[in-house]
Design a protein around this ligand. Structure first.
Ligand SMILES: *[C@@H]1O[C@H](CO)[C@@H](O)[C@H](O)[C@H]1NC(C)=O
Ligand SMILES: *[C@@H]1O[C@H](CO)[C@@H](O)[C@H](O)[C@H]1NC(C)=O
Ligand SMILES: CC(=O)N[C@H]1CO[C@H](CO)[C@@H](O)[C@@H]1O
Length: 182
């Protein structure tokens, strides 16, 4: 049976360190070259979602470090240069931890676009589904909004949408501003 002595392990380590030190830095760590990224994402304002929050469905669910709320979204609208639509329904189920200092919003909504509204002449009323997930503080959270939609709006379903979530003072209205690289 081969038993490696501490001194031979130390020698191997020295040899390995010496080899790595001789490699050019970009080869030694190809995921982190020293050059700047090829481009910085440029985001365009797409739309604002405004939803009305109904009565909380359950007493808050106790989870480690905080609570999860289950709130129905009863109605609302989406308006903006890239989408005008109704919100027919949905659910907000945020977790609130660290005495409210950290909020993890999770929202789903669905509805239909408003036909013949603005730029999309071929729009006959497209159904959509949207999923919003993020993190932030008490007043505002940042999130990713994923839109599933077809027809003339299909390009939006491959757009990574960064969304800024805010709530009014009494919590009854949530607004979400969406931005994307289009
Ligand atoms: C388009 O829809 C928005 C609501 O998203 C509404 O404010 C606007 O008046 C509509 N425009 C037209 C031309 O129908
Ligand atoms: C949404 O409605 C506004 C206001 O009528 C209009 O300027 C905009 O072009 C519409 N957006 C789309 C995608 O139709
Ligand atoms: C439902 C729908 O239109 N999905 C489209 C989302 O975007 C991809 C990429 O453009 C299309 O291939 C899908 O058809």
């Amino acid at each position: 049976m081969y038993i490696s002595s501490p001194s031979s392990a130390f020698t191997s380590l020295l040899a390995l360190t010496a080899t790595t030190a001789l490699l050019p830095r970009t080869l030694a760590n190809p995921l982190h070259p020293r050059e700047a990224p090829s481009k910085t994402p440029q985001l365009t304002y797409l739309f604002t979602v405004t939803v009305n929050v109904g009565t909380v469905l359950l007493p808050p669910i106790v989870i480690p470090g905080g609570t999860r709320l289950i709130e129905p979204l009863t109605s609302g609208s989406i308006s903006g240069p890239y989408l005008n639509a109704t919100v027919k329904g949905g659910l907000a189920y945020p977790t609130i931890v660290d005495n409210g200092a950290v909020q993890v919003p999770e929202i789903v909504i669905y509805g239909t676009t408003i036909p013949n509204n603005g730029t999309m002449a071929s729009d006959k009323g497209e159904n959509y589904f949207a999923i919003v997930e993020g993190v932030g503080g008490t007043m505002e959270q940042e999130s990713a909004l994923r839109l599933e939609i077809g027809g003339g709006y299909a390009g939006l379903n491959r757009t990574f949408i960064v969304a800024d979530i805010k709530r009014n003072a009494d919590g009854s209205v949530v607004s979400v501003d969406g931005f994307g690289a289009v």
